[in-house]
Design a protein around this ligand. Sequence first.
Ligand code: FES
Length: 181
Amino acid sequence: METHDVPQQPARRNFIKKTCAVFVGAVTGLVPAISGLIVFLDPLRRKSQDSDAVLVASLSSLPADGVPRKFSVIASHTDAWNRMPRVPVGAVYLRRIGDEQVQAFNVICPHAGCFVDYDLSKKSYHCPCHNSSFALDGRIADPKSPSPRGLDELDVDLRNGNEIWVKFQNFRAGDKEKIPA
Ligand code: FES
């Protein structure tokens, strides 16, 4: 049986040419757009310095008997696009446990975000807003406390024998779990 090549129709050739032209044009146009987007979003890939530990106090400034003291946390805030000078970003209670251990709590009440006080006579933390109370170790002291969890403990690093570095972090209020805010 005889076979014949069927010549391409001019209309079909034109269609293929146009499709190729559109495709090449689209790719050519996308390259600078994607490059611009990468440059624009690049700061988002940078790590926020808020997550780093900051020097808060010296070990010698804490009472040896374990009574907590409140300290401001001063840090340079860096977000995706801005680097700001050192500013107060929060506060912590620090307390000494033995000679070489320090415990740190965020002063913000996990119930609804008020500042917790330390009651020296009761040796416990107390939130004046809705009467949550917390033991020295941060756990809920009074079961009637509305706070869904104990005080938010923070990571502490003791450096050079006397420097207390705290990894400061705020957590979502009103949640049973400790979720970074
Ligand atoms: S905010 Fe502390 S008990 Fe409500």
